[in-house]
Design a binder for this molecule. Structure first.
Ligand SMILES: NC(=O)c1ccc[n+]([C@@H]2O[C@H](COP(=O)([O-])OP(=O)(O)OC[C@H]3O[C@@H](n4cnc5c(N)ncnc54)[C@H](OP(=O)(O)O)[C@@H]3O)[C@@H](O)[C@H]2O)c1
Length: 334
């Protein structure tokens, strides 16, 4: 696979979002199957960016990812995230959003991931009350100590990104981004471009919607966020059909799939964007990683943009909806 830069970190142009191996999309695979898939991502497709977080299934996902990447730890970029809110067993008098809280979190992640450094460490869902300059200073200390190689923010405001970057340069911003959800396009992309900050796109397949393989009758079970996010409400699935029609038209003309067109579109958009789809089946990996070989020339890309401007998107993926499931620890923005 081709590579891209998140500031100084070189990663495959498409990474692997590992959250779904432990939670968020219903029935999880066995541990052995999850490890097989993650190892296949590296061994067969050359995927070198693996993303997890301490909050995913309350530490379980980090443990799983640590086991999977062990044979090739030093060949990949491992990203995880500090949750600025106490998780089970993390209650300290200073509160989690403190220097001590951050250091406690990083030590826990290092242990669970069975590594002595984290390549890219994010502040997860930067809350409004976070003193980002202070956080940047503390992250800078961790970089100096070699515990992390670089840091980033997930879902910061532009102001939070600017302030933090001025203290300790950010290597990446990780936000939700897909052909269905483009709120980062203006200000955050400008910021990334001007400051040599990478952009990691989470939920780049809009939870699978962009594959066109789900319909209004698809049933979701357990902790599957698609039970509650409005993008998957039956009426919105129907109303968003024009977007799938657009992807399908380009897909058939290029002998590709809608999932691949949506990823190729993003890769063409900016050279600092790296999507991290969640994939728990062999065929999904073949399809999604295969998108790195689908080239959209400028005229085709522009045509998609032109058509996209005429399409209204219905529904989204909001934490306030996900919280209704009661299965995910999130930090709400006020
Ligand atoms: N920073 C944050 O706050 C934040 C929030 C959410 C996620 N993330 C990170 O971003 C990663 C990706 O997010 P996500 O899991 O929501 O991404 P996503 O790829 O948009 O959605 C994953 C879902 O789409 C399905 N899917 C993916 N490719 C498909 C394909 N080609 N055909 C059919 N279905 C397909 C998957 O199915 P299967 O599971 O059945 O394979 C899974 O159910 C996470 O793993 C996590 O690391 C970060």
């Amino acid at each position: 696979m081709q590579t891209r830069k998140l500031r100084n970190l070189e990663v495959s142009s498409i990474g692997m979002g590992c959250m779904g191996f432990s939670h968020g999309y219903g029935q999880i695979p066995t541990e052995a199957e999850s490890i097989r898939l993650m190892q296949k991502a590296y061994n067969e497709y050359g995927c070198t960016l693996f993303d997890t977080a301490e909050v995913y299934a309350a530490f379980e996902n980090e443990i799983l990812v640590g086991k999977a990447i062990k044979p090739f730890r030093d060949k990949i970029i491992l990203s995880t995230k500090y949750m600025p809110k106490a998780l089970p067993g993390q209650d300290i008098p200073e509160g989690k959003l403190s220097r001590k809280g951050l250091r406690m979190a990083v030590e826990g992640s290092l242990k669970r991931l069975q590594t002595d450094y984290i390549d890219l460490y994010y502040e997860h869902r930067v809350p409004i009350e976070s003193n980002v300059e202070e956080m940047a200073l503390w992250m800078g200390e961790l970089i100096e100590e070699g515990k992390i190689r670089a840091w980033g923010q997930s879902e910061p405001t532009l102001e939070q990104a600017r302030k933090a970057h001025a203290v300790t340069p950010l290597s990446a911003i990780q936000n939700e981004y897909s052909i269905m959800h483009r709120t980062s396009e203006k200000e955050i992309f400008d910021f990334c471009e001007k400051n040599n900050v990478g952009f990691v796109a989470y939920s780049p397949m809009a939870g699978g919607f962009l594959s066109g393989k789900y319909n209004k009758n698809t049933e979701y079970k357990g902790d599957d966020v698609r039970r509650v996010i409005t993008r998957f409400a039956p009426e919105n699935v129907e109303k968003n059909q024009p977007l799938l029609d657009l992807l399908n038209n380009f897909a058939s003309a290029k002998n590709a799939t809608p999932a691949q067109i949506s990823l190729a579109w993003m890769l063409h958009k900016k050279d600092f964007i790296v999507p991290i789809p969640g994939m728990r089946k062999d065929e999904r990996m073949a399809e999604n990683f295969g998108a790195s070989n689908v080239v959209l020339p400028d005229d085709e890309f522009n045509k998609i943009e032109e058509e996209l401007a005429k399409i209204t998107i219905y529904g989204d993926r909001k934490d306030s909806d996900i919280q209704k499931l009661g299965t995910i620890v999130t930090v709400a923005k006020s």
